[in-house]
Write a protein that binds this ligand. Structure first.
Ligand code: NAP
Length: 288
């Protein structure tokens, strides 16, 4: 079998166009463009590139964006003070602190400091709790993008065995909850899982978010599975996923490429979340 590609770039373009149409409608209605404030702390080149790509995507879709670039020595208190200012600004609808942050800053404290209505990464406690109880509001962008990739490819998780490798707050946990809400039977794997391959081989839908280049190989995959490779690893100067694409694509029916799979839809979902956040805030501020 040679797998078909789950084309993240094409689906991201669709979502971007939809977000652009909604942003234009908001601007017509309220005279205000949805606005994303990104915060970059330190000089990590990969983080700087992600923030730049997000700002470019905002520009393409007609959203306003601004980037605060803070020095690597910024304290947690200084970052929380900026977030407090952004929470109070009515012209800012989404706040996005780029991860990873320097060690002196606790990311949980940062996400807890964001007004839940502006938490467009969906990583604060209110949005996480909403997801947990099955009433999602602003959903973390990568997991939301993975679900959209499946949905727009016609891959319904209902009744399927879904296996998620990784249990991080940003990807593994929320995507497993979303798969559960979509009626898959879900298994979570992590570093203490005794026999990883025994689990991955049962998966009709396999999501790999471990940050370990080529952790999952073709012999660990069920023939006909849909494989979502979230990993972004730089190996010998090249981007490599957590799945060994060459062997996996001989066994799977569907597979995401790296790059060009989950990455683009993640950015598109950020636009969608920002538009959704702006719409909610502007609607409530216009109710008298
Ligand atoms: P993370 O916070 O480091 O979490 C990795 C998870 O994988 C942990 O739960 C860890 O288990 C598990 N794990 C690591 N090695 C494993 C192994 N050998 N067997 C089984 N489980 C293993 O990473 P993350 O933030 O979730 O990111 C994962 C990957 O996705 C990274 O490559 C990251 O760059 C990428 N990513 C991509 C996007 C995108 O837009 N495409 C977005 C976010 C992240 P324990 O909990 O037991 O430690």
């Amino acid at each position: 079998m040679t797998a078909q590609l789950l084309d993240g770039r094409a689906i991201a373009r669709e979502v971007e166009q939809e977000a652009a149409a909604e942003a234009a409608a908001i601007t017509r209605r309220y005279g205000v463009s949805p606005c994303l404030s990104a915060i970059l702390v330190g000089d990590d080149p990969a983080s700087a590139l992600y923030v730049k790509r997000k700002a470019e995507a905002c520009g393409r879709a007609g959203l306003r964006s601004e980037t605060f670039h803070l020095p690597a020595t910024t304290t947690e208190g200084e970052l929380l003070a900026l977030i407090g200012d952004l929470n109070a600004r009515t012209d800012v609808h989404g706040i996005l602190p780029q991860q990873p942050m320097p060690l002196q800053i606790n990311p949980r404290a940062v996400f807890e400091g964001i007004d839940p209505r502006k938490d467009v990464d969906g990583l604060g406690p209110a949005n996480m709790a909403a997801l947990f109880i099955g009433r999602p509001n602003l959903v973390p962008c990568t997991p939301a993008g993975i679900m959209l990739l499946l949905q727009r490819t016609g891959l319904d998780p209902k009744g399927k065995e879904a296996v998620v490798v990784g249990r991080s707050i940003i990807v593994g946990r929320p995507v497993a909850l979303l798969l559960l809400h979509a009626h898959a039977t879900v298994t979570w794997c992590h570093t203490r899982t005794a026999d990883l391959a025994a689990h991955t081989r049962r998966a009709d839908i396999l999501v790999v978010a471990a940050g370990k280049p080529r952790l999952v190989t073709g012999e660990m995959i069920k023939p006909g599975a849909a494989v979502i490779d979230v990993g972004i690893n730089r190996v010998d100067g090249k981007l490599t996923g957590d799945v060994d694409f060459a062997s996996a694509s001989q066994v799977a029916a569907w597979i995401t490429p790296v790059p060009g799979g989950v990455g683009p839809v993640t950015i598109a979902m950020l636009l969608r979340n920002t538009v959704q956040a702006a719409s909610g805030q502007l609607r409530s501020s216009h109710i008298v």
